[in-house]
Design a protein around this ligand. Structure first.
Ligand SMILES: Cc1ncc(COP(=O)(O)O)c(C=O)c1O
Length: 374
């Protein structure tokens, strides 16, 4: 049996919607499918303004422009994340300030944020790892107290909740990813969510090369012009049409993934300690984006990866923490982030995707059990 790490989801009706794009004869951004997708996100998730983008990286870059990050402004974020969380701000010449993570959820450690704030701090960026929420009440309070912008990197967190609020609606701004590795996908894609009323209009300008084309389309001006620093962040209609049926049916898709996730959890907890398995706090609803386990050491993880490969199973480690990356180390000072370092060395992601079968999951579990017995 060969089990891939991921199979990009195809819901089944994408081709029908792609054909509609041919009939509509609009292929560029902000056409009818883009508007339908934005509306689903706005109505269901409850954000003030959703804007499809060509990636989550783009949406994060938009947050950095909207935050008006200037050289030397400090932005606090975890180092255990994807490069885009940081590069969006590095591009604006911010000083990135790394915060360690919690050993349980692998999310930013909210108790360590306040100690990192200086008079140069402009924003806090949180990452909801594996679709499990950061401690948003405490983080929101810190940001309000110090007048900081709160940005959610919710790349993995479509349909997830913290205390009944959808992730992506709690900060001033948030970013989703629809890359093919995510629960719903259109190849490359993302969305910016704008929750802060003051940023809604500027977000529409930034998305469209910094122009007020939206006002022109709405008949508010007789020609459009350059009004903001922006870029071309629009998603094409072809991608929006592909995404549309998946976005419409995301709850069904995620519930099916949750069944797979629960099967992994129940079977693995028969022989693994709970602290080696994913932790989902009671007030969080997650979307089974990922199933990971934690090994005792880097060496044990390497041996397990190799053993699973002999069983036809592709399991993959996750982020090489950004503060230890060649880009960072070659340019900036060393910093100690003990939990980040430990998690980065020992966490292993198991195969999970839409319609993974029960027998595939049981085969992975059996292989891990056999490895552990040795
Ligand atoms: C936490 C996080 N942020 C941002 C991204 C970037 O997403 P995209 O590939 O849509 O640009 C990823 C991608 O996996 C991610 O995991």
């Amino acid at each position: 049996m060969k089990i891939p790490f991921n199979k990009p989801i195809i819901y089944g009706t994408e081709k029908n919607y792609l054909e509609e794009v041919f009939k509509n004869d609009q292929f560029s951004g902000n056409g009818s499918f883009t508007k339908k997708c934005n509306k689903i996100i706005e109505d269901k998730i409850g954000t003030k303004k959703a804007i499809l983008t060509s990636s989550c990286t783009d949406a994060l870059e938009m947050t950095s422009l909207l935050a008006k990050i200037e050289p030397g402004d400090e932005v606090i974020m975890p180092s255990f994340t994807f490069v885009s969380t940081a590069s969006a701000f590095e591009l604006r010449h911010a000083n990135i300030v790394w915060c360690d993570i919690r050993p349980d959820t692998k999310n930013i450690d909210e108790t360590k944020i306040e100690g990192l704030i200086t008079d140069k701090t402009k924003a806090v960026v949180v990452v909801h790892y594996a679709g499990v929420a950061c401690e948003m009440d405490q983080i929101l309070e810190i940001c309000k107290k110090h007048n900081l912008l709160l940005i959610e990197d919710a790349a993995q967190a479509i349909d997830c909740k913290y205390k009944d609020k959808y992730l992506g609606t709690i900060g001033d701004l948030a970013a989703y990813s629809f890359h093919e590795t995510k629960n719903i996908q259109c190849g490359e894609g993302g969305a910016l969510l704008v929750n802060n009323n003051d940023l809604v209009e500027r977000a529409e300008f930034v998305r469209d090369k910094g122009t007020n084309r939206i006002h022109f389309n709405q008949g508010k001006v007789d020609k459009y012009t350059w009004v903001e620093l922006g870029s071309s962040y629009l998603m094409s209609e072809l991608q929006a049409a592909f995404l549309y049926p998946q976005l419409k049916n995301s709850s069904e898709i995620n519930n099916s993934r949750l069944e797979s996730w629960n099967l992994y959890y129940n079977e693995l907890s028969k022989f693994m300690d709970p602290d080696k398995l994913p932790v989902v706090p009671e007030n969080c609803v997650h979307n089974a984006h990922m199933f990971y386990i934690v090994l005792d050491s880097f060496e044990e993880r390497q041996q397990l990866i190799e053993y699973l490969a002999t069983e036809g199973i592709l399991a993959i480690f996750h982020y090489v923490s950004l503060h230890s990356s060649p880009y960072w180390k070659g340019k900036y000072n060393d910093i100690e982030l003990p939990v980040t370092d430990q998690v980065s060395k020992t966490l292993l992601r198991l195969p999970i995707f839409y319609r993974i079968t029960e027998s595939e999951i049981l085969h992975v579990v059996e292989a891990i059990r056999n490895f552990k017995k040795k």
